[in-house]
Design a protein around this ligand. Structure first.
Ligand SMILES: [Zn+2]
Ligand SMILES: [Zn+2]
Ligand SMILES: [Zn+2]
Length: 125
């Protein structure tokens, strides 16, 4: 767990120029001091594993944001995928480019028929 260099709060961002991890409050205090430090580019830390995320910016202070690194985003997606996925275009990529008309509305895909053994299903309509 990275900690803010100026207090003991969990670090929320990393200042490249200072090579320092800071929390929101200390960041605002340090980088609001003058126009030179305001230009420091700071990278947000992942709120799960505290590694650097692609999110960065500069300014006198940051609005507290929950940011997640690519790795944790991938992890989250994996978990969600396990839940209900089967008919997504993620499966193998057979020929996605061929039937572009099909992939426009995912929920238009008809679900497979239930696998219950009902031998009574003659066309009584
Ligand atoms: Zn701090
Ligand atoms: Zn700085
Ligand atoms: Zn992470």
């Amino acid at each position: 767990m990275k900690k803010c260099e100026l207090c003991s709060s969990p670090a929320k961002l990393f200042c490249e120029s200072d090579q320092a991890c800071l929390c929101w409050e200390c960041d605002a205090r340090v980088h609001g001091a003058n126009f030179l430090v305001t230009k420091h580019s700071r990278t947000l830390l992942c709120h799960v594993c505290q590694s650097l995320t692609p999110w960065h910016g500069s300014g006198p202070r940051f609005v507290p944001t929950v940011s997640v690194c690519n790795h944790c985003i991938a992890n989250k997606n994996e978990n969600h995928d396990d839940d209900r996925d089967e008919d997504d275009d993620d499966v193998g990529g057979d020929n996605d480019e061929d039937d572009e008309e099909n992939q426009v509305v995912p929920w238009a895909i008809t679900p497979p028929p239930p696998a219950s053994s009902s031998s009574n299903s003659s066309s009584s309509f």
